[in-house]
Every structure is written in C-alpha cells, then in structure tokens.
Design a protein around this ligand. Sequence first.
Ligand SMILES: NC(=O)c1ccc[n+]([C@@H]2O[C@H](COP(=O)([O-])OP(=O)(O)OC[C@H]3O[C@@H](n4cnc5c(N)ncnc54)[C@H](OP(=O)(O)O)[C@@H]3O)[C@@H](O)[C@H]2O)c1
Length: 344
Amino acid sequence: MEREVKVVIYGMGEIGKRVVRALSEKKGVKVVGAIDIAESKIGKDVGELAGLDRKLGVVVSPNVDKVLGETKPDVVIHMTQSYFKKVFPQLVKIVEYGANVVSTCEELSYPYIVDENLAKKLDSLAKEHGVTILGTGINPGFLMDTLVITLTGACVKVNKIKVTRVINASTRREPFQRKIGAGLSVEEFNDRIKKKIISGHVGLEQSIALIASALGWKLDKIVVEDVKPVVAEKEIKTDFLVVKPGQVAGLMQIAKGIAEGEEKIILDFRAFVGASEEYDAIEIDGLPPINEKIVPCVHGDWGTVAMVINSIPKVINAPPGLKTMKDLPVPSATPVDLRVCLKS
Ligand SMILES: NC(=O)c1ccc[n+]([C@@H]2O[C@H](COP(=O)([O-])OP(=O)(O)OC[C@H]3O[C@@H](n4cnc5c(N)ncnc54)[C@H](OP(=O)(O)O)[C@@H]3O)[C@@H](O)[C@H]2O)c1
C-alpha cells in the first residue's frame, strides 16, 4: 500500500491511549478517527487525551456511523470490552463499513467456545465484506497461548503443557492493584467476587482452546477454577497502599484442559503485590521437553499495545474472515514504517 494505513481507535481507555502514543512513533499509519462513549473523553483531541504534547486534529466521538462513514478506515483497533456477545454488535458494524478489525476483546481470541454460531456468523460476514477480524493481546493472545503453540513447533510429541504467569502487582498502576483486591480482607475479597466486582482473569478458557485447536487435541472439557485470594504473610507496602499480614495481596486462578480424565493443559495465573519474582514460565512435557522462563514477566499493557500494532499488517495481508492467532504468521515486531510489511 502506497498511502498511509488509516486507523480508527475504538475505545480510548488505558490501552487505547497507549496505542495512540505508540502509533505516533510509527510511519505509514495515521489515526483518522476515534470512538468512545465515556463523557470525559467525548470531544477531546486524541493526541491530548493520549498524553502526547500535540493535538492530532482528531476528536473522540460516540457516533460510530459518523466516524466510520466519514473516515473509511483500513483497520479499526477495537478496545472496549472483554466479552464476545457484548462486542458482537460493535464488530458487525465495523465489518459492514468494510474495515479490518484488531480487537483486544479477550473472548474474541477464541470466540467459538463462547457461541459457535455467532462466531461463524461473524466469519461469514467478514468474508462477505472482504475483511479480516482478529482477537489478540498479551494474555490472551500471546503469553499463555500463541507463544506456547510456537514452542511446541520444536516438539515431536507433546504430552502435557503447564503455563504459569506471575505478576508482581507492586510495580503496576494503582487501579490494577485495587482491581485484584490488594489491601482487602479475605471476607471483603470473597464478597466482591460474589458480586462480580472482582472478576479475575478473562481469557484462560480461550487460551486453552486455542492451544488445543492448534495441536489438534480434542478436549473433553475446560475447567476454570474459582478465583482465589493470595493472602499476605507479611506487611507489603506499595506506592499506593499497605497490605497487612492476613489481608489480600492479590488473586490467583487456575484453568485446566482435560482429555480422557487427564489434565493436558494447565494455566496458572497469579497477580499480587509483593511477589518475590515475576515471570512467565512454559513447561512442555514432550519430546524433547521444553522449559522456558521469561524473567521478569512481560509487561501486560505495553505487551498488549505491541501485539495490537504488530498485528495490523498481518491482518491487512490475511485472507478475509474471523481469524485467531494460530491462523496468522508468527508474531513479530514491525519496522518503523508499517507499510514495509504490507503485501500490496
Ligand atoms: N487480551 C489482552 O491481553 C488484553 C490486555 C489488556 C486489555 N484487554 C481488554 O481490552 C479492553 C480495553 O482495555 P482498557 O484497559 O483500555 O479498558 P478501559 O480503560 O476500561 O477502556 C475502555 C474504553 O472503552 C469505552 N467503551 C466501553 N464500551 C464502549 C462502547 N460500547 N463503545 C465505545 N466505547 C466503549 C470505555 O468507556 P467507559 O469507561 O465509559 O465504559 C473506556 O473509555 C478491555 O476489555 C480489557 O479487558 C485485553
């Protein structure tokens, strides 16, 4: 493509703002529109909202038809919500305007296990309009699935897979520390889980299904265990809060893919303040066995931004339809000028 790739930002939250900042350092790509429903963002210039020291001349609007109709983007970077059925109408509209989609919606990373018919409908619609849709991000999207799938490429045989992600929330933003329940009593934590104020990690099921699908494994079931509190044994101070011994430092959640009574895929996700080590570990029981450990764990926000931006050329180059990360070429960083990676 000779001209710049036109991008619309759909969801100017924490990730959307970072995407705008990262895109401002790229060439061959231009933010031409922005959509968000938050009152605090509507009417603001995207550059200022994203924390750039300049205006981009693009103002946030809640009017999807107006933005997509007037700007005719090549790609919409969609970052609003986590659940497939909630974002489905948003995705349909984007597709009907003839734009490709890269979305951070967790369940879109493997929507077939949420609602197979709806996923197939979206796939058909995308093909009809000649566009590609991808759900991606750091997790789900990479660390606990695509990276695992890639590593199994060096195995003749795979028996079992275990993936552990431990995040030291002390190094993260205050909203993240609050979101995982740091500083609450165990009773308060359990109450918030019951009221769905704390939701745990969305996407473990998708990561398991994505791995199983890539390996051709037929799972009998995917079990996602309840979110549990990680309780502090000693006092932990962060820049934002203090956790006393016996209070909640964060959360953990385990999910398992089971076939013929055997636990074939185990994902163990933990995020808590005061973690002595933060890492991403992948253990593949296979021939040969593979043990990979990334220390410190990959930063979730920037990792997500990278996955999104680096997916833009791959999505534009891909054949139309609803794709998952296993359907596209190996993830890779993009050069400064995104157009270098475009086929035509
Ligand atoms: N796959 C991954 O690895 C990964 C990583 C990070 C984030 N995520 C997901 O990506 C999404 C964005 O993350 P974030 O941290 O940027 O979230 P965020 O800060 O909550 O931002 C989302 C923004 O989208 C707006 N929004 C919500 N529904 C909308 C709609 N129907 N139309 C237009 N705008 C809408 C929100 O407005 P209100 O505030 O008014 O609702 C908010 O401004 C979340 O669902 C998050 O869970 C996935």
